[in-house]
Design a protein around this ligand. Structure first.
Ligand code: UGA
Length: 338
C-alpha cells in the first residue's frame, strides 16, 4: 500500500511516519515545508520526502495523489493563539488548501483520511461528545477562535457530501488534545502561542510563572500520541471496510482533567527528573483573564470528553496511557542531552 502524507513533519505526521515504517510494510511519501522531524527516516527505502509549500505545489501533489492509495492531508494550523491573531490564514490553510486536496482525491478516486478536531463540538452541551449525535455549537463571529472550528466543521460536511454524491471513500478522525514529544516547539512557547502542556513546560523551565487562563477550571481529555497513532493505524488498516464513511473521536476520557490539574501534575512529574527538579520547585501558577492572555476574539469551552464507544466497537481501539505517564513521556523528550 502507498500512503501520501501532506504536512508529514508536524506532530501527528511525524509520529505516524515513524509507526508506519516500523510496524507495516507500506510505502510512505511525505511532503512538508520542513523536514527536520523526518531526518531519522531518510535512509528507509520505503520512505520519500519532498520539501514544498502546499500553496504552490498543485501539479506535484496531484500527480502524487494519482499514484498513491491513501491520502492524509495533515497540513494545517492547530494553535488557538494563532486562530485569533491570524483568522484568515487559518481559514486558507485549514479549509481552502485542504479542499483542493480533497477534490484531487475525488477526481482520482482515492481514499482520504482527514483530521477533523475535537474543536468542532465547540460549546456543545453534551457531557460525552458523540460523533453522529452531538450538536456542534460555536459562538458569534466576533469570537475569532471559532473560525478554526467552523472551517473544520465545513470541511467535514463537504467530505461527507462528496462521499454521498461522488462515492468519495473517506474517514474523519477527531483528535482530543493529543500530547507528546514534538507537539509544539519552545520557539512557539516563547511567544505564548504553544498549546497548554508545551507552554507550561517551557514556562517552568525558563523560570516564568505558569498562566492559568480564566483560572484553569476548564477541562480537556488529554490523549497520548502513541494511543492516537494506534487509532489512526486501525483506520488506515480498515479491516472489513469498518472505517468507511465514518467519523471517529480519538481521545482518552479517563484522562479528563482541568487545566489547573494538568499544570500541577506537570510540576509534580518534573520533580522525578533531576534536571527539572529545581525549576519545578520554584514555579508558581498565576491566574489571568483570557482577554489579557490571548487578546480579543478568544473564547473557550469548559469541558470536552469524547465518547469512544464507536471506535471501540468498530475498530477495537482503546487508549492505554494514563495522564501521568503521558506527561512523563512528554517531559522525557525534553531532558537536555550533553
Ligand atoms: C486545541 C487546539 O485547537 C487544537 O490543537 C485541537 O484542534 C484541539 O484543541 C485538540 O487538541 O483537541 P485547546 O484544547 O484549547 O485547543 O488547547 P490548548 O491550547 O492546549 O489549551 C487548553 C486550555 O488551556 C485552554 O482552556 C487554554 O485557555 C488553557 N491555557 C493554555 C492556559 O490556561 N494557559 C496557557 O499558557 C495555555
Amino acid at each position: 500500500m502507498r500512503i501520501l502524507i501532506l504536512g508529514a513533519n508536524g506532530f501527528i505526521g511525524s509520529h505516524l511516519v515513524e509507526r508506519l515504517l516500523d510496524a507495516t510494510d507500506w510505502d510512505v511519501t511525505a511532503f512538508d515545508l520542513n523536514g527536520d522531524n523526518l531526518d531519522a527516516f531518510a535512509s528507509s527505502r520505503r520512505f520519500a520526502f519532498t520539501k514544498g509549500d502546499i500553496f504552490e505545489s498543485d501539479g506535484w501533489i496531484d500527480a502524487r495523489v494519482r499514484d498513491h492509495d491513501i491520502v492524509l492531508p495533515l497540513v494545517g494550523v492547530a494553535k488557538p493563539a494563532y486562530y485569533v491573531t491570524h483568522p484568515v490564514r487559518t481559514f486558507e490553510l485549514d479549509f481552502e488548501q485542504n479542499l483542493k486536496i480533497v477534490r484531487m482525491c475525488v477526481a482520482h478516486r482515492k481514499r482520504v483520511i482527514f483530521p477533523s478536531t475535537s474543536e468542532v463540538y465547540g460549546m456543545s452541551p453534551d457531557a460525552e461528545l458523540r460523533e453522529d449525535a452531538s450538536p456542534l455549537t460555536v459562538g458569534p463571529i466576533s469570537e475569532m477562535r471559532w473560525i478554526y472550528s467552523a472551517s473544520k466543521q465545513l470541511m467535514d460536511r463537504v467530505i461527507a457530501a462528496y462521499g454521498q454524491e461522488e462515492g468519495l471513500r473517506y474517514t474523519l478522525f477527531r483528535p482530543f488534545n493529543w500530547i507528546g514529544p514534538r507537539l509544539d516547539t519552545f520557539e512557539d512557547a516563547d511567544t505564548g502561542s504553544a498549546r497548554s502542556i508545551t507552554q507550561f513546560a517551557h514556562d517552568a523551565l525558563t523560570h516564568r510563572r505558569i498562566t492559568l487562563v480564566n483560572g484553569g477550571a476548564q477541562r480537556r481529555s488529554f490523549t497520548y500520541i502513541d494511543d492516537g497513532i494506534d487509532g489512526l493505524v486501525a483506520i488506515l488498516k480498515n479491516e472489513d471496510g469498518r472505517a468507511e464513511g465514518q467519523i471517529f473521536n480519538i481521545g482518552n476520557p479517563a484522562n479528563n482533567a482541568s487545566i489547573r490539574d494538568l499544570a500541577e501534575l506537570l510540576l509534580d512529574v518534573m520533580r522525578e527528573f533531576p534536571a527539572f527538579r529545581d525549576a519545578a520547585r520554584e514555579t508558581q501558577l498565576v491566574d489571568q483573564p483570557a482577554a489579557q492572555f490571548y487578546g480579543a476574539g478568544y473564547a473557550d469551552m469548559q469541558n470536552r470528553t469524547p465518547s469512544i464507544e464507536k471506535i471501540t466497537n468498530l475498530l477495537g481501539w482503546r487508549p492505554k496511557v494514563s495522564l501521568r505517564e503521558a506527561v512523563r513521556l512528554t517531559l522525557s523528550a525534553m531532558v537536555p542531552h550533553d
